[in-house]
Write a protein that binds this ligand. Sequence first.
Ligand code: 5GP
Ligand code: MN
Length: 343
Amino acid sequence: MNINILDTNQLALMDQLISDANTVLVVCHKSPDGDAIGSSLGWAEYMRLRGKDVTVIVPDQYPDFLMWLPNTDKIVRYDKHREKCDMLFKIADLVFCLDFNTPSRVDEMEQALVSTKAKKVLIDHHLKPDVPADLVVSQPEASSTCELVFRIVWQMGAFAQLDKAFAVPVYCGMMTDTGGFTFNSTRPEIFQIISELLTKRIDKDRIYRNVYHNYSEDRIRLMGYVMYEKLVYMPEYHAAYYSITRDELKRFNYIKGDTEGLVNMPQQIKGLKLSISLREDTEKNMVWVSLRSVDDFPCNLMAEEFFNGGGHLNASGGKVEGTIEEAIEITKKAISAYENKLK
Ligand code: 5GP
Ligand code: MN
């Protein structure tokens, strides 16, 4: 299987950086998703195999549908253990930055990350990487950072020595970043990688259930409520959006992660090209925005232009510093501004 992604120089440099390091950190973006957590845990396994003293640090809470992943108990949260993490950034020899393209994506941890004297390696699949690093592995065409982690580990000849503790999180991140292999996952290498991961005796059906069949009753009812009461469908634009207020979140006993994936649902309407979710923050006067599109509709450009955000061609996010009403107005403007691409 030829799935190598590093050129000869990168391969040598990666190996050298790892060989030279003792204390290693693996960090990912705030509000980490399956790919961020999966790639961090998988890479940390590889670091353990290389005999490193490795710590995974995440900026803040990760969703509870990922808590079952092996070794999550070893993950350190920056928001909860700031002093310890700052100290680790000071003494680390090498920091791996996984699944983010720009330092501000690590939120409160940004200062610690940019001021560390450790060498840095970026492994990511977002556009326009600008994390200052000694080695940058950036492949926007990759399905996920987990795919990149697999390919590097494979190229470095370490896959045979790794077990489930590597294969489970890596499979999980590839699965979540492709919506269960329903988008951005048509290249044959992806399924070659999956077949290799399966040789480690992972139970992919169970991984699917652990992630996607993990809803509370409240979450299912919130989903029904939003789709029934709140969805605004604009058939002439092949677009739909919905908004959820703080009070509505309260009514359904919202906990972090409950709205995850909701934005994908309107995509099931025949011919829909764009789906937008607007969710009021539970405390601050701001609105979180998620965008999903199909084919060549660039929701990342819309996120940059209208929602102070960005992301991938078909999955992006951002925010509006304002009220939910303002966010709705901006959304309407954004949809009509992209009329030509939507109609
Ligand atoms: P989600 O809708 O799941 O929050 O975000 C979807 C994707 O959009 C994420 O994987 C991430 O790549 C990107 N994204 C979300 N929020 C932002 C943001 O504020 N800035 C940028 N550049 N990308 C974002
Ligand atoms: Mn990702």
